[in-house]
Design a protein around this ligand. Structure first.
Ligand SMILES: [Zn+2]
Length: 70
């Protein structure tokens, strides 16, 4: 984020995927609802936590080689 120069290391790349992955997961949940699978969103929101957790695990295992950020 600093100086507008984006770090290209794996960890920052994975971290940058967090937003899109959360949006895609939300979109998929709504799509499934639209396609007729009736569910209560209150039953499925933990899926988001799981997805975020998975991204966090991948992020923590990703290499920081070439990390240029602070
Ligand atoms: Zn980095």
């Amino acid at each position: 984020m600093s100086n507008g120069i984006k770090c290209r290391c794996e960890r920052c790349a994975v971290g940058g995927l967090m937003g899109p992955v959360v949006l895609i997961t939300l979109g998929a949940l709504f799509l499934v609802g639209k396609m007729g699978w009736r569910y209560d969103f209150g039953d499925l929101w933990p899926v988001l936590l799981i997805v975020i957790g998975i991204v966090k695990i991948v992020e923590s295992m990703a290499s920081t080689e070439g990390h240029t950020g602070s």
